[in-house]
Design a protein around this ligand. Structure first.
Ligand SMILES: Cc1cc2nc3c(=O)[nH]c(=O)nc-3n(C[C@H](O)[C@H](O)[C@H](O)COP(=O)(O)OP(=O)(O)OC[C@H]3O[C@@H](n4cnc5c(N)ncnc54)[C@H](O)[C@@H]3O)c2cc1C
Ligand code: FES
Length: 328
């Protein structure tokens, strides 16, 4: 096969065999935003000026974006040379101001942002946050939409994590950062109020699930709602009292904190959250399932829920894929 060339602003970049357009641009030192490299966050969306992007690289895009030949660079393994243009960040981002930073536990920060313009969103969706230098990461919205201006996030600090360390250590109340439009399908929609709901999350995966539970209860959801929140150690959990209070107020809401290692009080289940949920609950036939947090847990729980009778279309997922900053 002849060499595949990606042309950007008259510069010709060779796309090596097995590389995506994102890989090729990063190898060439182009500063292109990216985060998940899985086709989820859409932060790597660019536009083709010449050459048809493979349809797999346009998964999840809106009709208007397809019409303008936008595509996701991380999913694009080109079969022919292409000319591309980077979309200016202003097309996808607006500004927000930090109005609160509170530690939920030693590793997890509740970050509150005030948006310049009201956003239409559902708790459980995610946005991309962008730092001034263009570094982008996705975070789930933890609060229900009230006036549309304030968004809360639970941001877990990863060892050597560039964005999360910066949020914890440097970002200050009053600072601004860029925020994308909300994305994703993992949220509560009213309708079918009798349906039972299972939610399983690990670590800061509680963020979307707590928001979804809040929305379900606000809509007077009638079916049982079971939330399992897991962590390796006891100090990785948070909002235990808040969730227990909610469970006391709503007879159909059940909350189980889980710890897979180390000591835990007898009121906390021992084991991984997904294992505890699957071994405790009866058949999941006709249940709605929400899964959030570590991608391995999410994948395993999806399979387990399916084997217990849940249907894939009834499963909603926020898998926290982390971006790898290097190329293989
Ligand atoms: C849809 C979605 C929703 C998400 N929602 C949330 C949320 O609500 N809350 C939340 O906390 N997170 C969430 N995430 C994860 C989040 O987007 C970030 O990936 C996470 O915060 C880590 O980003 P970072 O820049 O701090 O770490 P990165 O700098 O991306 O590093 C990630 C990990 O890789 C390691 N690493 C980095 N570079 C190298 C290297 N060269 N070699 C070896 N290891 C390396 C780091 O030590 C770190 O542990 C979500 C992700 C997705 C896709
Ligand atoms: S969709 Fe390409 S990096 Fe997330």
């Amino acid at each position: 096969m002849s060499q595949i060339i990606i042309t950007l602003n008259d510069r010709e970049i060779v796309c090596q065999e097995g590389d995506s357009v994102l890989d090729a641009l990063l190898r060439a030192g182009i500063n292109i935003p990216f985060s998940c490299r899985q086709g989820n966050c859409q932060s790597c969306m660019i536009r083709s000026l010449r050459g048809v992007p493979p349809s797999a690289a346009q998964t999840g895009l809106k009709d208007a974006q397809l019409h303008q030949h936008h595509f996701l660079a991380c999913l694009c393994y080109p079969q022919q040379s292409m000319t591309v243009s980077l979309t200016p960040a202003e097309a996808f981002f607006t500004e927000a101001r930090v109005i609160g930073k509170t530690l939920l536990n030693a590793e997890t920060m509740l970050l509150s942002l005030q948006c310049w313009e009201a956003l239409t969103y559902y708790a459980g969706q995610f946005v991309n946050l962008m730092r001034e230098d263009g570094l982008v990461r996705s975070y789930c919205i933890a609060n229900s939409r009230d006036d549309g201006y304030q968004l809360n996030f639970h941001i877990r600090r990863l060892a050597d994590g560039r964005f999360s360390q910066w949020v914890h250590q440097e970002l200050a109340v009053g600072d601004t950062l860029a925020i994308s439009e909300p994305r994703g399908l993992c949220y509560y929609l009213p309708g079918n109020p009798q349906q039972n709901i299972l939610l399983v999350g690990t670590g800061s995966g509680l963020a979307p699930l707590a928001g979804i539970v809040g929305d379900a209860l606000r809509h007077d959801h009638q079916g049982s709602i079971h939330l399992y929140h897991g962590s390796r150690e006891m100090d990785g959990l948070y909002w235990i009292d808040e969730m227990r209070t909610l469970a006391r107020r709503h007879a159909n809401f059940h909350y189980t904190p889980c710890v897979s290692r180390g000591d835990a009080p007898h009121t906390v289940a021992k084991g991984r959250a997904n294992e505890v949920a699957m071994s405790t609950l009866p058949s999941l036939r006709d249940w709605r399932i929400y899964l959030s947090g570590h991608p391995d847990m999410v994948n395993q729980a999806r399979r387990q829920a399916f084997l217990k009778g849940a249907a894939f279309p009834d499963m909603y997922v926020d898998a926290f894929h982390v971006a790898s900053s290097t190329l293989d």
